[in-house]
Design a protein around this ligand. Structure first.
Ligand code: KIV
Length: 285
């Protein structure tokens, strides 16, 4: 892996000469109808690899709780842990935009707490922050953007609302204005846009509703389990790579790294047990 500023291969050179993805660039992508790609990453190695692949945005998501920490949901994730992972990703110096996710409890108490937490993520290397919530988070989004920290909002299936939703459940299927209902989600979308969010994640909602919201807003929508009509898409790295054994309907496995890792480890274990590893080529004299 190369995370230094000196390119050592053609791929590294290509990445080093590509333009940094910024907030105005993301707005231009939406205006020009260029679809936006986002992948989560939690460390320098994978941030570098997805950046080499050409992704537009890297989300240091609080999904770190479930995919790396073995937590049942994202609620236990701490701000200090997010700072740590943002720092690792930022060290890869990606051309992709680096988004730091505000974890549960780091922004819900007051707009002031949200600004303080956002400052911590920016000092760790994030370029923008993401938070969950719609109408109820409008003042908080306005407070963060007032100090020139760009905010990506996140509505629909918001994993930090795990207990209210009764698990990670598709939202927006029933009509009404209660949290998670169809008309309320449209209100949420307008509220985050008016509060100053530069983009919004739409998670776990019917594709027709995601298309309607995308059509109504002027900021980019980034979908996950929200169909093809969003301006962009995001997937959790471990789902995309097939590292987890979960089979979510919305998450295509673009590789089977779980199988690859298990078979590589099995081969290694067998060679150790047979006494054929390390062989002559991998030994010193
Ligand atoms: O934490 C995360 O990975 C996320 C995505 C699922 C959007 O919020």
């Amino acid at each position: 892996m190369t995370t230094s500023s000196t390119p050592t291969s053609e791929a590294d050179l290509a990445i080093a000469t590509r333009k940094k993805v910024t907030v105005p660039e993301v707005a231009a992508m939406r205006a020009e109808g260029r679809r936006i790609s986002m992948i989560t990453a939690y460390d320098a190695t994978f941030a570098h690899l997805v950046d080499l692949a050409g992704v537009d945005m890297i989300l240091v998501g609080d999904s770190v709780g479930t995919v790396m920490q073995g937590q049942p949901n994202t609620i236990p994730v701490e701000l200090s842990e997010m700072e740590y992972h943002v720092r690792l990703v930022a060290r890869a110096k990606p051309r992709a935009m680096v988004i730091g996710d505000l974890p549960f409890g780091s922004y819900q108490v007051s707009p002031q707490q949200a600004v303080e937490s956002s400052v911590r993520l920016l000092k760790a290397g994030a370029e923008v922050v993401k938070l969950e919530g719609g109408v109820g988070m409008a003042d908080t989004i306005a407070a963060i953007t007032r100090v020139d920290i760009p905010v990506m909002a996140h509505i629909g299936l918001t994993p930090q609302s795990y207990h209210r939703m009764g698990g990670n459940r598709v939202q927006g299927r029933k009509s009404g204005f209660e949290a998670g209902s169809r008309e309320r989600l449209i209100e949420d979308a307008h509220a985050v846009e008016q509060a100053g969010a530069f983009a919004v994640v739409l998670e776990g909602i019917p594709l027709e509703l995601a298309g309607e919201i995308t059509h109504k807003l002027s900021i980019p929508t980034i979908g996950i389990g929200a169909g093809v009509d969003c301006d962009g898409q995001v997937l959790v790295l471990h789902d995309l790579l097939g590292l987890s054994d979960c089979n979510y309907k919305f998450a295509k496995k673009f590789a089977d790294l779980r199988g690859t890792v298990i078979s590589a480890a099995r081969e290694y274990i067998a060679e150790v047990r047979e006494g054929v590893w390390p062989d002559e080529a991998h030994s010193f004299h």
